[in-house]
Every structure is written in C-alpha cells, then in structure tokens.
Design a protein around this ligand. Structure first.
Ligand code: HEM
Length: 463
C-alpha cells in the first residue's frame, strides 16, 4: 500500500496549556493571534482533554473531550451563549442573522429559516449548482496547460454558485459590485482585532473597521434593494411566488416567504453568504491540494466518477452514487476544518469533568485540534479517506469529528455544502486534473476560515 500523504502544518508553540503562564508566553500568544492563531497551539494541546486556564484575567477552558463537548453544546446548551470575541467580529456585519443572533431572536429565526433547508428544498438547488459548475469548467478548459490558483478558482466558483442560489442571477443584482464587496470583505476581516481579544470597550476605534463598515453598508443596500423589488412583485402576483413564472425559488424567495421582517431577510442572506461561501471554497481548494499530493486516492476517485452512472436529471443523488468522493471530502474537512473553532461563554456555573467552572468562562473547541487529537485518531496527521468509507466510519468516536458543529446551533447549511462540493468535484474531476506546482507546500492560516498561505498554484490538464 502506498504511504499516506502527511500535509504540512504550522510550527508548534513552545509553551504548555497547563501551569503558570509566563511573560514570554503572552508575547508568543499575541504574535500567533495576529499572524496565525493555529501556531498558538503547542504539542500538549494535541493531547489534552480539558484544560482550564486564565489569560489576561479572562477565564477560559480548552476542550478536546468529545463527551464534555457534547455536554456543553447539546445537553446543557442553554447554559451557553455565543462568545463575545466572535460576536465583536461578526455581529456588525451579520446583526441578527442566524450565525450571530442570540436567545429568543435566534430561536425565532432558526424556526423560520429551518423550512428553507429541508432536504427537498436543498436538493432542488442541485441542477443550478451543476450548471454553474459546467459553465466554469468551460472557462477552465481555455486554461489547460497553464497554471492557475486553485484557491482563487474555488473562491470565484463558489461565489458564482452562491449568487445563483441566493438570487438566481437576478438582473437587478450588480454582480461585479457585489463580488468586489465580498472579496474586499474577505481581505479586510477575518482575524479578530487585538482590541477585541482583550475585550477593550467598543468606543476605542479599531483600524480597518471603517473600511469594512463601508463595504458592509453597500452590501446591505444591494441586498435590501433586490429584496424590496421582489416583495413588490410578489405583492402584485400573490405571496411567495418566484418573480418569473418559470423560475425555481431561490434562497431570497424562500426567505421572503418565511415570514421574516425585511431586516431579518437581509441579515440572513448575508449570513448564508458569510457562512457558506468561504467555508466551501476553502474546503474544495484543500481537497484539490490533497488529491494532487495523493495520486492513489485521486485515481480511485477518478475511477469512481468515471464509472458511476450519474443521473443528469438528479445531481442531488450523486452524493449516494459517489461514496469515495464523499469520504475524500470528509477527510479533507477533518484535516482542514474550514470553520476551525467553536466558542461559547457560560451563562452560569457548570461542571466539566473534574473541573468546576463559573459564569463568564470562555469555552474553546478547536476542531483543528480535536480532529488531530492523539487519543482519538489513528495516524491523525495522515490523509486517509478510508476512515470515512463504509463500515470504517463507525469506528470514529462520537463527537470527535465536528466540521459542522453540533447541537441546536449545528450548521444549517451542511447538506447544501456537501452536495455542492460533491457536484463540483464530479463535474471538474471528470474533465480535468489539477497538479500542485512549485516547491512551497501550502500551510493553513486561521482567519475566520482556514486559508492557505500560498496561492496554491496548480497545473491544469485535460483528462
Ligand atoms: C464546508 C462548508 C461549511 C462548513 C465547514 C460550515 C461549518 C459551520 C459550523 C462549524 C457551524 C457552527 C458554528 C458554531 O456552533 O459556533 C456553522 C453554522 C452555520 N452555518 Fe455553516 N458551514 C458550511 C457551509 C454552510 C453553508 C453552505 C451555509 C448556508 C448556505 C451555512 C450556514 C450556516 C449558518 C446559518 C450557521 C448558523 C446556525 C445557527 O447558529 O443556528 N454553512 N457552520
């Protein structure tokens, strides 16, 4: 059997999560947080289960223990709220969208939005996703023989797909302006501001926030205008009807029909964009990189795609027809969880294993660490999709694999994301091969998602 590929990782920090924190540790930590938070983890972080610690007066607990994670996020979820640092980064943009809403507002929104994400509604997006991918494949065909950035390619393609499913190519959308705004936002946000990390008061200005506020205001304006136009048309033609007679309902139609206030529709559309775009784009790009580094895995995947009789009328069904492709994607999400951290704050005291914790304690679950934990995974550093194939998947410890989170706030778009990624891989890899070029291997950098520190240049060839 060929040796499994082990992708490169950031350097380990030289301190321990337990014991006294020294001045040098603070410096290392801040440096890591402002460059690559993944390098804030030392060797012990990959072995610990529960580690309470204090940092700059803030009480925190690092959790790597599946049952305790289940306790915090599921059994006792009502004792936890969203983490203030994450809220400081995301709330100005997403306001009361599902990702950032809290308490009763979140409950109402989740209840209203859940019917938009039923398997039947999500499956109905599959042909549109396939069509956009085929259009993109035609453009890639012109690049055969040349080198392209897989990272850029996937960011652009998934944005195209999402714009198609959110607004179904509504003529009222100035796509260039919208795309430029989203790309600008990816550039300027993504890393917690150091003032947010130390919980400095809101009135202290954060550099870069002015620019992002302008971009956000413009995005909200654009989405608001399209929503207004749709409302007017549906007021004239009856409620919840798609604008054009023969047009399939898109996310905007579905949200307008879900009984949400106008502002909540905008909050949630932008939330789907924020939560669903970069996460999917990064996962696909990392998958292409892994495949190019593991020729045996890639050959097996190509054979599966070539030999499957894929029903062109039902691309949603491809997920069942391509189990190895699904296993590759799951393993890619294990090694590169594109939402690499789940954080919460306690509302009241709790008991985590032998540790009593008080209110206002920060809970940190790094899926990056959990998915590479020495006790939970066999050869955690290796790319081995067979862990997720057939019966082997049953051996994965419960709650040790959480790319989409868990509990009441589990990712509502998980099915959409998996379906989209399978369709994209099936369409592209049936036609092309992507081979990583250059000697510098991409190392993940944690922003809001896991980004590569290179452009991930790949040579495209026709199969
Ligand atoms: C590979 C792709 C994706 C990954 C890895 C991912 C991961 C996650 C994770 C880990 C959470 C839980 C966060 C927490 O508990 O703090 C989450 C929540 C969420 N995701 Fe995703 N996601 C992906 C794609 C999508 C897509 C495509 C959409 C929408 C179209 C979406 C919409 C959401 C929303 C709205 C929430 C908040 C749910 C709530 O709090 O009720 N995600 N996602």
């Amino acid at each position: 059997m060929p040796q499994a590929f082990t992708p490169p990782t950031p350097d380990l920090a030289q301190y321990s999560p337990v014991g006294k924190i020294r001045l040098g540790d603070y410096i290392t930590y801040f440096k890591a947080m402002s460059t690559n938070p993944l390098s804030a983890w030392g060797e012990d972080h990959y072995k610990l289960r529960i580690a309470p610690f204090r940092f700059l007066g803030r009480k925190s607990v690092m959790l790597n223990d599946p049952d305790t994670i289940h306790h915090c996020f599921v059994t006792n979820a009502s004792n936890y709220k969203m983490n203030p640092i994450r809220q400081a980064v995301l709330r100005p943009f997403l306001r009361d969208g599902l990702l950032t809403a809290e308490g009763a507002t979140w409950k109402t929104a989740r209840h209203a939005v859940a019917p938009v994400f039923t398997p039947r509604k999500i499956n109905a997006f599959a042909p549109g996703i396939r069509d956009v991918t085929v259009e993109n494949a035609a453009a890639i065909d012109c690049l055969v023989g040349g080198d392209i950035s897989a990272s850029r390619l996937m960011v652009d393609m998934t944005l195209d797909i999402l714009i198609g499913t959110l607004f179904s190519g509504d003529k009222a959308l100035d796509k260039t302006r919208f795309t430029a705004n989203i790309n600008r936002l990816i550039e300027i946000t993504g890393i917690p501001h150091v003032f947010d990390l130390i919980s400095a008061p809101d009135w202290i200005p954060r550099i870069g926030h002015g620019a992002s506020r302008r971009v956000i205001a413009d995005l909200r304006r654009q989405v608001g205008e399209i929503a207004d136009q749709r409302r007017q048309v549906s007021d004239e033609s009856g409620p919840n009807k798609p604008v054009a007679q023969n047009k399939k309902a898109d996310f905007l139609d579905l949200l307008l029909g879900a009984g949400l206030e106008d502002e909540a529709v905008i909050d949630n559309l932008l939330t789907f964009m924020a939560a669903g775009h970069e996460t999917t784009a990064r996962s696909l790009a990392w998958t292409l990189y892994l495949l190019s580094s593991a020729p045996d895995v890639r050959e097996k995947l190509e054979a599966e795609i070539d030999n499957a009789t894929l029903d062109e009328d039902d691309p949603a069904g491809w997920m069942d027809q391509l189990p190895w492709t699904v296993a590759v994607l799951k393993e890619s999400l294990r090694l590169y969880p594109s939402a690499p951290i789940l954080t919460r704050s306690t509302l009241g005291p709790d008991q985590l294993g032998e540790h009593k914790i008080s209110d206002n304690t920060e809970i940190i679950v790094s899926t990056w660490l959990l998915h590479r934990h020495a006790d939970l995974w066999d050869a955690p550093e290796e790319f081995r999709p067979s862990r997720f194939f057939g019966e082997a998947e049953k051996d994965i410890p419960r709650y040790a694999y959480l790319p989409f989170g868990l509990g009441p706030r589990v990712c509502i778009g998980a099915r959409f994301a998996m379906m989209e990624m399978v369709i994209v891989l099936a369409v592209l890899l049936r036609r092309f091969r992507f081979d990583h070029v250059g000697t510098q291997q991409p190392v993940p950098v944690m922003r809001i998602t896991l980004q590569p520190d290179t452009d991930m240049m790949m040579r495209v060839s026709r199969r």
